[in-house]
Structures are given as structure tokens and as C-alpha cells.
Design a protein around this ligand. Structure first.
Ligand code: ADP
Length: 293
């Protein structure tokens, strides 16, 4: 079950290669699709959601081929594009009721039970009578998620769910995915490592339509073991010259000054100390490498 992606290629207008030979599988948990803008995430998700046909290769959702089983797949997936249009004048409750009817949840009692559960899970119960237009971006995103889980999809596809949210809302929306992933596979795209840092059970890193890495976050971290370094410098001073080949992955303020962080095959300067790799290190490192992982 889950999703299987095989040699997936998508060429727009005969010239823009948005995806090139992408291959991966995921059964449960959260599959994080990570990559900069233009790397092919939306294209991949649109194909998965049967809104776009592949140029070659295919995706199977719960064993069903996106080329030939569109209606069957649509019954099994929830898809949240970047801009979900919600009616501004409807209340949260009315929105969910309306969406439930669109999903053919025709039994009133069953529909209400599902709405109640979705409101609770998304922490929206206290907002049920509020009109959509009075809600913050994060609240709207939670309503969008609540409507997407009403039909109890086996795969929930979410495109850049934290785009445009303020930091507090972002944290709140992120934490929902861990909960939702108990019931379905979540495919979540983002260009922000922190969005998937804590929740991804598998990670696909895309660049220019090719897969730079596919595996568990732990596998990516393990591949960097002993190659991540930190150097301290007093306030106002940039840390000293680093060895060639040092790839900066972060610059932080500490109480004493500034701390520079980066990836390097060998100790980049005499007072550098090794650090535990994190996914941001891994992502920057993958983006900087010339060839496929
Ligand atoms: P991401 O979601 O990672 O930002 P996209 O899948 O939107 O990436 O885009 C991947 C590439 O395909 C980009 O070069 C983009 O310009 C191109 N692209 C996306 N949609 C279309 C389209 N409808 N027609 C032509 N090119 C497109």
C-alpha cells in the first residue's frame, strides 16, 4: 500500500524537464518532499493526485496506477494544494458540512461524527462558529486539513502547508502531522527543513527534478557523521579562515559571540570541534553536491 513511484519523468511543453527518473516508495508515516522552489515538488504531487499525467514512468497509490485508475485513486486520497479556496462567508462548521457533502458523506449522523472528530484533532472546536474570513492563516490551514481528512483518506498529500504562516502557527500546523500520520500516509512538500525535521519517517530531496537523496532522516544524518564542525568566534569577528571545501550550513549567535557551523571532510581549522549532524546540514550538503547521491 502507500505510494510507489517508478522512473517518473515529466516534461512540460516538450522542453521543461520538471521531473527526471524519480524513484521511491513509502508505506506509512510522513514522506517529506524537500527541495528549493522549482525542484518539481508540486509537479510530483499533482501527478500523485491524478491532476497531471506523467510523461513516462508512473506512480501507484495503494497499488493503483495513476495512468489508468484516476477515479479509484481520487476516492482514497486527500489533496491540499498551496492555495485552498475556502468560502470566506461560511463558518468552520458550515465549511466542513459542505465539504462532507461534496465527498458524498450523505449520512448526516456519520458526517457530523466525522466533523466532530476532525474539529477536535485540528484543535478547532472552539472556532466552529467563526466565519472563515475572520480566521488567521494558521487557523484556515487547520480548517483545510480538517476538511481533507473527512473522507479518511489513505494518502494525504499536502503542498507547502506552512507557506505564509507566522512562526507560532507554523509550529502548531507541523505538530498536527505527527498525529495525522497515525491513520494515513502523509506526503508533505516543503522547502523548509524544520517543517519535516521532527515528523518525517522518510525523506526525498529533489533538485532540478532529480532525486538527490531518498531514505530515512537517520540515514542522511549517519552519512554526515564526523563531518559536521563548529567554530566559535567573539562578537563582531567572523570566525577565522576555513579550509577549502568547508560548506557553511549555519551561523548562530551565542551568549559569547558567534558560532559558525558547516560540513567538511576534514577538520576545517585548528579550533573546530565536531557536532552532531542535523537535517539542515544534510540538506545544504546535498544541494551543494554536483552529482546525484
Ligand atoms: P516546486 O513545487 O518544487 O516549486 P514545480 O513542480 O512547481 O516545483 O516546478 C518544477 C519546474 O517545472 C519548474 O521549472 C517550473 O517552472 C516548471 N513548471 C511547473 N509547472 C509548469 C507548467 N504548467 N508549464 C511549464 N512549466 C512548468
Amino acid at each position: 500500500m502507500g505510494v510507489e513511484i517508478e522512473q517518473l519523468t515529466k516534461v512540460y511543453d516538450g522542453k521543461v524537464k520538471a521531473l527526471d527518473g524519480v524513484q521511491m516508495t513509502a508505506e506509512s508515516g510522513v514522506l517529506g518532499l524537500l527541495g528549493p522552489n522549482g525542484s518539481g515538488k508540486t509537479t510530483l504531487m499533482s501527478i500523485m493526485a491524478t491532476l497531471l499525467d506523467p510523461s513516462s514512468g508512473t506512480i501507484r497509490v495503494d497499488g493503483l496506477d495513476v495512468r489508468t485508475k484516476k477515479p479509484e485513486i481520487r476516492k482514497r486520497i486527500g489533496y491540499l494544494p498551496q492555495d485552498v479556496g475556502l468560502y470566506p462567508n461560511l463558518t468552520v462548521q458550515e465549511t466542513l458540512d459542505y465539504m462532507g457533502l461534496l465527498y458524498h458523506l450523505d449520512d448526516t449522523r456519520d458526517r457530523q461524527d466525522r466533523i466532530e472528530r476532525a474539529l477536535q484533532r485540528m484543535n478547532l472546536t472552539h472556532l466552529r462558529d467563526r466565519q472563515i474570513q475572520t480566521l488567521s492563516g494558521g487557523m484556515r490551514q487547520r480548517v483545510a486539513l480538517a476538511q481533507a481528512v473527512l473522507p479518511q483518506p489513505s494518502v494525504l498529500i499536502v503542498d507547502e502547508p506552512t507557506a505564509g504562516l507566522d512562526p507560532e502557527e507554523r509550529i502548531r500546523v507541523r505538530s498536527l502531522f505527527a498525529d495525522l500520520a497515525r491513520d494515513c500516509l502523509i506526503v508533505l512538500s516543503t522547502h523548509i527543513v524544520a517543517d519535516i525535521e521532527a515528523v518525517a519517517s522518510s525523506l526525498a530531496v529533489l533538485r532540478f527534478g532529480t532525486l538527490r537523496f531518498f531514505g530515512t532522516p537517520e540515514e542522511l544524518l549517519n552519512s554526515l557523521e564526523g563531518r559536521v564542525w563548529m567554530v566559535d568566534a567573539p562578537v563582531g569577528n567572523r570566525p577565522k579562515e576555513m579550509a577549502e571545501g568547508f560548506l557553511e550550513t549555519g551561523l548562530f549567535r551565542t551568549r559569547e559571540g558567534i558560532q559558525l557551523r558547516g560540513v567538511c571532510e576534514t577538520r576545517p581549522c585548528s579550533d573546530a570541534v565536531t557536532a552532531d549532524p542535523n537535517l539542515e546540514d544534510g540538506y545544504v550538503w546535498l544541494m551543494a553536491r554536483e552529482h546525484h547521491a
